[in-house]
Design a binder for this molecule. Structure first.
Ligand SMILES: [Zn+2]
Length: 394
């Protein structure tokens, strides 16, 4: 009897300790059908070979359709600008930028537009530059890698910059990085959204923070500028630590969450980087896991798979097509959508959401079943319960 009471007490303690995770997992809506989206970052400013790569990807995506007739979508996180000439003076990096309105980048922009028209691309704001111009200017004085990178302008690969400097929304010219002034952030957000409008004729709906480093001020400025959806990795990093790595803040996000800024959060929950050896089996396993959780699978992938010094373009395009073909066989009800459309489903309680209690309970179980520590605690609790029941019966 006392054993059973003890186990009951332990269960109560465990539920109390996990109350925030349980509440968060419970409040995230459940999908009615599996969803898969490729989230392609870093397209736009950079090598002119992007135009051909984008057309190859679009052609592959056009070969597949879901049960509703939709092609798979790759969202393109767009970088709008970069240095315009080799050896741009460091104090003129922002003033002497070249944007996607430059005629030399027209084939790249046209390939994006054609992919959007074919229903296989959707454009998202990634940033004006994939760095903070003043931070990059400061770093040139002590970092030869940055000097060499600037010497290769225009149309150099931002992927070749030191990783901390690829964060646009913190000053990583020194480590740990420094917080940017609020005025600087607001001014740059207004400027990048205006430039996006100039390049594509519309206000962006979705924003993807470069390297997932941003803070509340940036988020509010995006919301103020008219954006609606924020792509996150499920948490927020606000700076770079002494080791150059992103610093976790403990601010978490879930799909469909309305943030204090007014933006709606979406969560990228896996990678598909063919140059790192990711193949269909990995994507299929991720799809099965996310479907059990009744969450969409948002697969992060990068331009560097398809264009640039480390790219394996043919192999990467084939890997994307192979995953799509096998995913349609494994999950015949699979749906292809853009992130903006998916966010609208969460926002408007759309037909893709499933509100049945049995589905929500099952999804809750799989959502909480992802972390090693929690699994061990659950296993010990179940074991103790069984032991207590056996002792009580005997
Ligand atoms: Zn990026």
């Amino acid at each position: 009897m006392y054993g059973l009471l003890g186990v009951l007490l332990l269960w109560c303690c465990a539920l109390y300790a996990l109350r925030r995770e349980i509440a968060s997992a419970w409040s995230e809506p459940c999908l009615r059908q599996p969803v898969m989206v490729f989230e392609g970052d870093d397209w736009g400013y950079g090598p002119l070979a992007q135009a051909d790569a984008l057309r190859e990807i679009a052609a592959e995506l056009c070969r597949h359709r879901d049960s509703t007739g939709r092609h798979p979508e790759m969202t393109l996180g767009v970088v709008l600008a970069g240095p315009g000439v080799a050896g741009t003076p460091t104090d003129a990096l922002a003033a002497a930028r070249v944007t996607l309105t430059d005629p030399r980048l027209e084939p790249v922009v046209n390939a994006m537009h054609d992919g959007v028209a074919a229903g296989v691309f959707d454009l998202q704001l990634h940033g004006m530059e994939h760095y903070h111009p003043a931070a990059l200017g400061n770093a040139v004085t002590h970092d030869p890698q940055v000097r060499d990178w600037l010497a290769d302008a225009p149309f150099c690969e931002t992927e070749r910059l030191p990783s901390p400097l690829q964060s646009r929304w913190t000053d990583a010219s020194v480590l740990p990085s420094r917080t940017l002034a609020d005025d600087d952030v607001r001014k740059r957000v207004v400027e990048e959204v205006a430039t996006y409008r100039q390049c594509f004729g519309i206000t962006p709906t979705v924003v993807v923070p470069p390297t997932f480093v941003w803070n509340e001020c940036v988020e509010q400025a995006w919301a103020h500028a008219g954006l609606r959806v924020l792509v996150t990795p499920g948490e927020r990093y606000e700076g770079r630590g002494a080791d150059g790595l992103p610093v976790d803040t403990g601010v978490c996000y879930r799909n469909g969450q309305r943030c204090p800024s007014g933006l709606m959060a979406m969560v990228r929950n896996d990678y598909f980087e063919p140059v790192r050896g990711h193949r269909a089996d990995r994507g299929l396993a991720a799809l099965a896991t996310r479907w059990a959780q009744r969450r969409p699978l948002l697969l992060e992938t990068h331009r560097s798979n398809f264009v640039g010094s480390t790219a394996e373009p043919e192999d990467s395009v084939r890997a994307v097509g192979d995953l799509v073909a096998k995913a349609l066989v494994a999950q015949p009800a699979l749906r292809f959508l853009s992130v903006a459309e998916l966010a609208r489903q969460y926002e408007q309680d759309g037909e893709l959401l499933d509100r049945r209690l049995s589905v929500r309970l099952s999804a809750l179980w799989y959502r909480l079943d992802r972390h090693g520590r929690r699994r061990k605690v659950a296993a010990v609790l179940v074991l103790l319960t069984v032991l207590a029941v056996i002792l009580a019966v005997v």
